[in-house]
Design a protein. Structure first.
Length: 131
C-alpha cells in the first residue's frame, strides 16, 4: 500500500537525520538537559496536533505521552526509535502541521541552547569574580 511505503520512507529519512553514533547509545539515556528538551517539544506539539483535529486517543498522541512518561528509563536509541514512530506518521498529516511541529522543535532547541549559554556565562563570570 503506498501510504505504508510513504511512512517507511519517512522513518528512514528520520533515521538518517537523527542517527546516534555515540558509543553508549544502546546502553545509556540522554542527559537531563536533552530529556527536558525532548519533553518540551512533545508537550508543546500535542496541543498543536489536537488543534488540527488529532484526537487524544489517537496513536500519535498516545505514543507522545508514552515517550514523555518513559524517557528517563529509555536508552538514546530507544528514544530516537520512539521519536521516529511519532514523526513519521506526522508527515502524513500534511505539511502545514508538520512544519508547525518542526518549528516548535527548532524554537525549543534554540531556547535550550540559549539557556545553556547563559548558564555557562554565569559560571564563567562567577569564577572570574571569585578569582
Amino acid at each position: 500500500h503506498p501510504e505504508d511505503e510513504f511512512e517507511q520512507f519517512y522513518k528512514k529519512e528520520f533515521d538518517e537525520w537523527f542517527e546516534i553514533i555515540e558509543d553508549d547509545a544502546e546502553t545509556m539515556p540522554f542527559d537531563t538537559q536533552r530529556q527536558l528538551l525532548i519533553i518540551g517539544v512533545v508537550d508543546k506539539s500535542i496541543p498543536l496536533l489536537m488543534a488540527e483535529g488529532v484526537k487524544e486517543d489517537d496513536p500519535l498522541i498516545q505514543k507522545a505521552n508514552l515517550l514523555k512518561q518513559n524517557i528517563s528509563r529509555l536508552t538514546k536509541k530507544q528514544v530516537i526509535a520512539q521519536l521516529r514512530e511519532i514523526f513519521a506518521p506526522l508527515r502524513k498529516l500534511g505539511w502545514d502541521i508538520t512544519k508547525k511541529v518542526y518549528e516548535v522543535a527548532k524554537t525549543e532547541t534554540i531556547a535550550s541552547g540559549f539557556r545553556l549559554v547563559i548558564s555557562n556565562l554565569s559560571e564563567v563570570a562567577l569564577k572570574y569574580l571569585e578569582g
